[in-house]
Ligand binder design. Structure first.
Ligand code: PEP
Ligand code: MG
Length: 571
């Protein structure tokens, strides 16, 4: 048995698929033999077509004709005489290697499609980038597992998964994820929860101990993995999986019910999303809005920045789908564990303390922040969008962002472009500085959303992804609890909404305390919403006040945990 960190609940039973990804480095080389290079390119295209055709046929039988259509579209692109002709012209005209010619020609088309804005063109841009990488990998001799087309019953075993790889997984075929790196709040873990795939992370050295095809069982709730399990373990975990799925079914009775505590306090129960498509899940689980749209996912897995038009479409889609319900969209939060290669960021010595999020955006107003804010404001005409600024540490940062928003509003007025005039602008409270200054912030901002993933990291001075120090990483630590309760109190004093979009918002040990502190809004993975509604509707905030009072006298995390475990087992 291997012990790691639980990252996404549920039991996964299947066969190991080892996934190793290498990043493509495209170099520009000068060639001498044009014909030989063209022939090399053509061979790669032919191979790409054969592979894509096989994948499409496989997908059609396993998943469906509709899904296979995407790959058939790739085949059309690969055989497009204009595209192939342009790449060949680039090879012969500029005397460059095929990899480089493909890079430039395909990127030009992809960027052009992307800038056209409509959904179909977006898909074309994505397809163009996909086929580009496929041919380049063949040319470079880099093989990779097509993560979107793994056989049914696969358990992915990887060193780490990038968020974009995780997003490409077909949940119908992947029964589990096991990684060497990562933590409970790494973005791949968050996505695994969104996809409802059981996951265990931080299993040091697992890649060298498991072979492709090994039978695996993982318990994403307990953080354990069994390789080649015996019959007894198999039976035990099959029964556990059935019980888990049964409980999930029972929670469906909470769909359509209001989120009101026993003593009549109405709570907003909303969802965290990373892509516009995630809204389907929010609606499925009856989310009352979106409490956090992590827009950095729109910037990932591509070679250039999404244009204002592309962003506008994405934000508008979410706002329209939520049909007047609140949609809090966070402005770009990159840096830390979220790298975007084309942004040209230098490696920070201390990425979590460095050039990231609002610090980066205010430094890149013209090419990054302004287009995003314009897209957000324009999309606000289609729903109840609120803007949220991440990683704020001082009032000046908020004021500068707000001033830029006001400036863009004026531009839109002059151009007679509509937007939500009274759009709310709030901040994530996720740094120790913002928490300590919450009283001052509360006087200026429209809302708070407490980001406990980072607030815990910055309060405890503990890297949220480092397993060696994870014993210190707990939002139940009295230091973090004091911070949370202080922020809520400051927000309530000024009458602004205080929400929470960190993982703690769905933690059964914390929900009673947060209700007692007076949190207004809880934002979490869509799949956690119904369980949270079940818990919230079972409590009375008045009764919980006593519990919170007692908890706030404790000085160690152990005391808090023991008390809360005992309280939960009794309630
Ligand atoms: C947080 O820090 O709690 C949060 C919600 O943001 P992220 O996990 O994206 O850093
Ligand atoms: Mg954060």
């Amino acid at each position: 048995m291997f012990k790691g960190t639980s990252a996404s609940a549920g039991i996964g039973i299947g066969k190991a698929v080892i996934v190793e990804e290498t990043e493509l480095k495209i170099k520009k080389d000068t060639i001498t033999d044009v014909d030989a290079e063209k022939a090399r390119f053509q061979r790669a295209v032919n191979q790409a077509m054969e592979e894509t055709d096989a994948l499409a046929k496989d997908l059609a039988t396993r998943v469906g004709e509709k899904e296979a259509e995407i790959l058939n579209g790739h085949l059309l692109l690969l055989s497009d005489p204009m595209l192939v002709g342009e790449i060949e012209t680039s090879i012969s005209g500029e005397m460059v290697n095929s990899e480089f010619a493909i890079e430039t020609v395909c990127n030009t088309y992809a960027d052009m499609f992307a800038s056209m804005g409509d959904e179909l063109m977006q898909q074309r841009a994505t397809d163009m980038r996909d086929i580009k990488t496929r041919i380049q990998k063949i040319l470079l001799g880099v093989s990779s597992v097509d993560i979107g087309a793994l056989p049914a019953g696969s358990v992915i075993v990887a060193r780490d998964l990038t968020p974009s790889m995780t997003a490409g997984i077909n949940p119908a075929n992947v029964t589990g994820i096991v990684t060497e790196l990562g933590g409970k709040t790494s973005h791949s873990a968050i996505l695994a929860r969104a996809l409802e795939i059981p996951a265990v992370v931080a299993l040091d050295g697992i890649m060298s101990q498991i072979k492709d095809g090994t039978d695996l069982i993982l318990d994403g709730s307990e953080g354990v993995v069994f390789a080649d399990p015996d019959q007894a373990v198999r039976e035990e975990y099959t029964a556990k999986r059935d019980a888990f799925l049964k409980e999930k079914k029972e929670l469906e009775q909470y769909i359509g019910k209001p989120t009101v505590t026993k003593d009549g306090v109405t709570i907003e129960l909303v969802a965290n999303i990373g892509k516009p498509e995630d809204v389907d899940k929010v609606l499925h689980y009856d989310g009352e809005g979106v409490g956090l749209f992590r827009t950095e996912f729109l910037f990932m897995d591509r070679n250039s920045m999404p244009t204002e038009e592309e962003q506008f479409e994405a934000y508008r889609k979410v706002a329209s789908a939520m049909n007047g319900k609140p949609v809090i969209i966070r402005t770009l939060d990159i840096g830390g564990d979220k790298e975007i290669p084309y942004m040209g960021l230098e490696k920070d010595e201390n990425p979590f303390l460095g050039y990231r999020a609002i610090r980066f955006c205010l430094d890149r107003k013209d090419d990054v922040y302004r287009p995003q804010l314009r897209a957000l404001l324009r999309a606000s005409a289609f729903g109840n969008i609120r803007i949220m600024v991440p990683m704020v540490t001082c009032l000046e940062e908020y004021r500068e962002a707000k001033a830029l928003i006001e400036e863009i509003k004026k531009e839109l007025d002059e151009a007679s472009i509509s937007y939500k005039k009274d759009i709310q602008v709030g901040i994530m409270v996720e740094t120790a500085a913002a928490s300590l200054m919450a009283d001052a912030f509360a006087k200026e901002v429209d809302f708070f959303s407490i980001g406990t993933n980072d607030l815990t990291q910055y309060t405890m001075s503990v890297d949220r992804g480092n397993d060696k120090v994870s014993y210190l990483y707990s939002p139940l630590n009295p230091a973090v609890l004091r911070s949370i309760s202080h922020v809520i109190e400051c927000g309530r004093k000024e009458g602004i909404m205080v929400g929470m979009c960190g993982e703690a918002a769905s933690d059964p040990m914390l929900i009673p305390l947060l209700l007692a502190f007076g949190l207004n809004e809880f934002s979490m993975s869509a799949s956690a919403i119904l369980n949270a509604r079940k818990l919230i509707t079972g409590y009375s905030t008045q009764e919980l006040k006593e519990v919170a009072k007692q908890v706030m006298t404790f000085v160690t995390v152990k005391e808090v945990e023991d008390y809360m475990k005992d309280f939960i087992s009794r309630s």
